[in-house]
Design a binder for this molecule. Sequence first.
Ligand SMILES: [Zn+2]
Ligand SMILES: [Zn+2]
Length: 254
Amino acid sequence: MRVRLLGSSLVDSAHRQYVTSFLINTSVAIDAGCIGFWGTPQQQEGVKHVFLTHSHIDHTASLPIFIENAWTPAEGCPIVYGSHETLDDVQTHIFNNKLWPDFIAISKTMSPFLRVCPLQAEVPACADGLTITPVRVNHVVPTLGYVIRDGESAVIFAGDSGPTERLWEIAHQTSGLRAVLLEACFPNSMTRLAEVSLHMTPEMFGREVAKMPKDITVVAVHIKVRYRDQVIRELNELQLPNLEIGECEREYLF
Ligand SMILES: [Zn+2]
Ligand SMILES: [Zn+2]
């Protein structure tokens, strides 16, 4: 499975992921923070499945731009997946004929721009050879992590979340698990902020890693750009054996 963190800064984009999108192989994306600002319209048209973790703007900001870029007069269109709460928020707050046209309604009368597909927690969906299982995690709005499997390996995208349990129970039951992409949002000095916003510090990150199966790669993602150096320093102090600091545009093979 090929995984890329898409960049979202015009300068030094490898180290500045201001908003979140991951690309899996070429046709599946997790979150739409920057997918609409990535590549060519033709590459965006190739992304047929977008799985949203939650509604926050750093995960949905470029969704309307992506939907516009990917559209052609042909019949095919991207499918946007998420919890019913997230999809309701996308319709109410983005495709509402104010911030952006209601492409969900327009799609019922002409060549479609997008289809939406609500997900149930722990009920797998299939997309281009991948099996994608949503799991509820612990954030300030309803949020899903995703367990993604191809024929050989599995990778977990843990979403925005504070400390959580169910996802790690499922991780222990997931054969072929190679990697977890886990957020490390704020430095330890901002623990209070991490607690109220249900995000993670390096110290909390270390406690979550202890709950996971051993011998998997843990990639630190969603690091607040302003505090990146400090967060990386604190993550390295944990001396975790299989830690990687996520870099944008590098291709990870799992
Ligand atoms: Zn969030
Ligand atoms: Zn976020």
